[in-house]
Structures are given as C-alpha cells and as structure tokens.
Design a binder for this molecule. Structure first.
Ligand SMILES: [Zn+2]
Length: 379
C-alpha cells in the first residue's frame, strides 16, 4: 500500500510560523509576559522563550519591565521595539505628494501632504527622491531604518512592476519607466495603483470585513476587489475600475473618451469645482444650507447609490467607501442608504456599507503597510 500524502509542515516551517505568531501577538498588545503569550498562542513556555530570545537578538523585542504580581517571583514582560524598523509610502498624484512613515504596528510616525504639480518628465525621478529625502530630514526619520518604500500612482502598473503602463490622470501617451526612481533608493521599492494602495490600508485595519468591494472616491474614481484580505488583480491586472462602469448610456463625457461612465458623475471634482476647487468649502456650503450645493450633492448621492446597488447586486459583498471625498460622507451615510433602499430589490438595512477611516494619507499608508506585512511574513 502506498503512503498517504500529507501536508505536514517541516520543523523549520513550524518554528517560523510560531515566531510570526508570537511577534504578531506582541504587536497587538503593549506588553505581555510569557504566560500571557502562552494563553493567547497555546504555545509552551520553552518554545516561547526560544522565540523571544531570537527576536531579542534581532533587536525586534525588548523587555518592558517587571509586571505586578500577587505573590512569588514577578514575571518579566516583553514588547516590540516599534522604532527598530519603519516603512514608508509615497503617494504621487497630479497635483500633490503625500509621504508617510509608519512603525511595525502600522501606526503613522509622520505624514506630510505637499501641493505640487507633478509631471512625468526627465526631472521626475530626482524631484521625487529629493522631496522625500527632504521630508525625512525635516521629520528626523532615520533612512537606514526603512525596510522598504511603497510608491502609489494614479494608473495601471505593469505586471513586472517596472512601468506606469496607463494613466489618463498623469497624461501619458506611452508606458512611463519607473525603474530610474527605484534605482535612486537603496532600499526595496514597489509600485502600486493608488486605489489598490488605499484599499490595502483598509485591509490591515481589522475594522473592515475580510472580503469587500472598495470604492476610491477622489478626483478620479478608482476601486479594488478584496477576497479574504487579498486584492483580486484579474486577468490583466485591471480588476476594480468602477470609474469606467457605464451608468448612463450615452451620458456625460468621461475623461477616458467614452460617454456615461461613473467617473463623469462621481468624481470629487464635481463637488469641489462648485466651491472654487475646495472640497472642504463645498461641504461647509452644504452644511450651511446652500441650495446649489444641495442640488449637486443630491445628484452625486443618487449616482453613488446607483453604483453601490449595482456592485452589491453583482457581488453580494460589503462596500467600503474610501478616497478623500468619502472622508466627508459619514454624516450623509443614512441619506446614501435611503437612496439605495429605493433601488434595491432586497429588503435589507444596507448594513453592508462602510466608510474608510483614512483621509488623504490612505494610499501612502497602504503601500508602506505592504512592507511591514512582508517584513513580518519574512521572520
Ligand atoms: Zn471612462
């Protein structure tokens, strides 16, 4: 009789699994004793001791003092050295740069948004490098502690991660080479689509469901599909392009050249341009009862509800609203739900709709977080 095939892990793989488990357990708490780690992980004290010794030798864990005890020898507590390594994210848009540095827990150490027109020309590489290094210097961040820098752009990144393959927003007529930017830095660099990066930030918060549709409501509308906390890329890496879903046949002109796409009805520019370019001013006008703002907003909500209803009918997945327009939408959630209610064929209370807690910084944090997760997975 032939032997049964098993999927057993080797002892080295088990050790690595335990190490990651203990490190993630410590990341979820301020500090913990070996006994507390044992309760949470169901691992034995000798195994925990061995892993803690390894993590301490790697400068990732330190003792955080002695815990109070009701009697006997007081146990030692351990915590992650959060500042031992950091990751950075750069979000590049047509008119802004957003820089973030996060610690191993994903918490923002520093963040900065700079207004600046960005052109994809020969000066682009040095300009981004210099601006970022200037930011690190001004914020006193040690470059040598960075485990990687994720860079997001408003467009499609080529599967080999070397080119911005397509971007209407950045006005390129052929793929733009990103390799010189990668070569400027001597730390790992990866490029991401901006909406995917914002969605990655959402995946790691733990506040959102494990599978969902993500709508990035910014000056252009993007999106992403997440199944079991993993981005679905699709056959051509183009999954999640809700901005170009046709919502009104032969309707308004979309920036892509076709007509009636959602972006022409859902771009944040429709709101900000009604208030001299300021989204914050638009919502201030709406709150103060400005009739013109109200009319524009009601139409905006109508088309948003239409898109959400269609996406939910198709996927039966929760919808997370992100992007900088979404950061203003929390007070209007009930209005959006009421509009969906009118369109939906199912009698449900629309509890599948969430609003992201991030604002302008979502994409830069999401791509920085990529390196934090990769780092922990490599332990
Ligand atoms: Zn379009």
């Amino acid at each position: 009789m032939s032997e049964l095939k098993t999927n057993r892990l080797s002892s080295a793989e088990v050790r690595q699994y335990n190490k990651r488990l203990i490190f993630r357990t410590l990341l979820q708490t301020e500090s913990a004793t070996k006994q507390e780690i044992s309760v949470r992980t169901h691992l034995s004290i000798p195994k925990i001791t061995q892993v803690l010794n390894e993590l301490t030798a790697q400068n990732l864990v330190q003792t955080s003092g002695i815990q109070a005890s009701s009697g006997g020898r007081r146990p030692e507590a351990f915590c992650v050295k959060l500042d031992s390594y950091m990751a950075a994210g750069i979000d590049i848009t047509r008119h802004h740069l957003n820089f973030s540095v996060i610690d191993l827990r994903g918490k923002i150490v520093v963040n900065q948004r700079i207004s600046e027109d960005i052109d994809l020309d020969e000066k682009f590489y040095l300009r981004i490098y210099n601006r970022f290094m200037q930011f690190l210097g001004e914020q006193s961040v040690n470059y040598n502690k960075l485990i990687g820098i994720g860079i997001s752009l408003p467009g499609i990144i080529s599967p080999d991660n070397d080119f911005l393959a397509y971007s209407h927003v950045m006005q390129i007529s052929r793929p733009f080479d990103l390799r010189p930017l990668r070569d400027s830095f001597n730390v790992p660099i990866a490029f991401f689509n901006d909406a995917n990066a914002a969605c990655m930030a959402e995946c790691y918060t733990g506040h959102t469901p494990s599978s969902f549709n993500f709508l990035s409501l910014s000056n252009s509308v993007g999106g992403a599909v997440v199944i079991d906390r993993k981005l679905v890329s699709g056959t051509s890496g183009r999954a999640g392009e809700p901005g170009h879903i046709m919502i009104v046949p032969d309707g308004r002109q979309c920036y892509c050249g076709k007509k009636g796409h959602y972006d022409a009805y859902g771009s944040a520019l429709i709101l900000s341009e009604a208030a001299d370019g300021s989204l914050a001013d638009f919502f201030a006008g709406l709150r103060s009862g400005n009739q013109s703002c109200k009319q524009i907003f009601n139409e905006y909500i109508y088309y948003l509800a239409l898109l959400i209803t269609n996406l939910h009918l198709w996927s039966d997945l929760p919808i997370v609203l992100g992007g900088y327009a979404a950061s203003f939408l929390a007070p209007y959630l009930e209005q959006i739900k009421a509009e969906i209610e009118k369109m939906s064929i199912f009698s449900e209370n629309n509890e599948y709709l969430y609003i992201s807690s991030y604002h302008y910084e979502a994409s830069s944090i999401g791509c920085a977080r990529y390196y934090v997760e990769a780092f922990i997975d490599s332990l």
